[in-house]
Structure formats: C-alpha cells, structure tokens
Design a protein around this ligand. Structure first.
Ligand SMILES: O=C(CO)[C@H](O)[C@H](O)COP(=O)(O)O
Length: 221
C-alpha cells in the first residue's frame, strides 16, 4: 500500500524572531506539520529551544500539529514538559537513553504519537524489538545538530532496509528522514522508502514557501 507523503518544515531554519508567523506560513503553504528541533548542547553540539517556546507558540494561537524531535539527554523529564507544552508527537533518539522502551511507553501513555530516531551509525537491529511501540521511525540522514548539511549517501540503503523490516513485519510505522532533504534529492529518498520528509533550509530559504512546497510535492507525485 502506498503511504501518502508528508512534508514537515523544520523551524530550525525559519526566522525564529517570527516563530508563530513562520509556523502559520509553513502550514498555509502546504506543510503537513511542524518539525520542532530541541537541542541541549549535550546530546548534540548545539542549543536551540524547548518546551517554554512551544508553550508560547500555543499561547499565541498556533494549533497545527507539532512533532517535537528531542535531540537531548534527560529524555524522561523533557517528554513530560513537551506534552504539557502542547506537543502532538514526540521523537526521541535511540542513542539518548539506556531505557528506550520505557521512554516510548511514556510518550504513548501521554496521548502523543511516538517517534524513534536513529543516528546514521546505529544499526537497525538495535530497534527491532521496539518497532511495535512506535508510529514513526526517523532515519537520520545527517549527523544531528545543525541545519544546512548534505545528506549522507549511506542513509539511502539504510532507509531501504528499514522499509523492508517494517513491511515484512506488516507494521503501520512511518519512515521519516531528517537532514539534507532538498527538491533535488527528495524523489530518490522517497524511492528508497521514506514517506515523511523534514525540510529545513531548502524550504525556508525559498522566496515562496507555497511554490517550494509545490516543487517538493511534484517530485513526490
Ligand atoms: O534535525 C535537524 C538538524 O539536526 C534539522 O531538522 C535538519 O537539519 C533540517 O535541516 P536541513 O533541511 O537544512 O538539513
């Protein structure tokens, strides 16, 4: 069964001084949901924003779907903060906690959708036994921490392998990719098996977000 593709603008690349306006514009342009990159300068070498900023976005009236990508340690505590702030989906990293299944169960119990991210070097065998616990597998296509990087080519066969693993098990788990996704390569990434595409710099650098979103969708048609 072909899964409808989803485009998720990553606000890491937007004008953060106008966050609420940018989120509305990204969804009005045709983005399916907002990808909200939380970085702690420990799990990744960069520091961004967290639950208080998400709460401000909600208080400002943004009601669109927000997937929080936690590139952090201290996952258990931050999951609760993000739920309280208005997350719809929370993605944690396999590499960020010794107790992945516990953290996934906590997200599930909160009512949020459940995502699990794997860094490029993490073998898919590592997540085989928690695939039943997730809605979305995020196959990182860069080393996380910064926008504007190039996709690592080894990610493509990994996406193919993830797709086979999920299909062979008959699971309803989405495959998301994050990092270096552009109009010029999104078709190849989709052909490998991804269905959910985080787009940062190639989306927010466009003069018209609507036209850029149309370009992505045309490649995926
Ligand atoms: O998670 C991220 C960085 O760690 C970002 O979401 C990602 O880099 C998107 O930005 P770009 O499309 O510019 O690569």
């Amino acid at each position: 069964m072909k899964i409808p593709a989803r485009i998720a603008p990553s606000i890491l690349a937007c004008n953060l001084a106008r966050l609420s306006e940018e989120c509305h514009a990204a969804i009005d342009a045709g983005g399916d949901f907002i990808h909200f990159d939380v970085m702690d300068n420990a799990f990744v070498p960069n520091l961004t924003f967290g639950a208080p900023v998400l709460k401000s976005l909600r208080d400002d009236g943004f009601s669109g779907f927000v997937d929080v990508h936690l590139m952090t340690t201290d996952v258990d505590r931050l999951v609760g903060d993000c739920v309280a702030a208005g997350a719809n989906s929370i993605t944690i990293h396999f590499e960020a906690t010794h107790h992945v299944q516990r953290a996934l169960t906590k997200i599930r119990a909160s009512g949020c959708e459940v995502g699990l991210a794997v860094n490029i070097a993490t073998p898919l065998d590592a997540i085989e036994f928690v695939l039943d616990d997730i809605d979305m597998l995020l196959v990182m296509t860069i080393n996380p921490g910064f926008g504007g990087q190039s996709l690592i080519p080894a990610a493509l066969p990994k996406i193919e392998r993830a797709k086979r693993l999920i299909d062979n098990r008959g699971l309803d788990v989405r495959i998301q990719v994050d990092g270096g996704v552009k109009v010029s390569n999104i078709r190849a990434i989709a052909d490998a098996g991804a269905d959910t595409f985080v787009v940062g710099s190639d989306f927010f650098s466009a003069q018209s977000y609507k036209e850029r979103c149309g370009e992505f969708r045309a490649e995926l048609a």
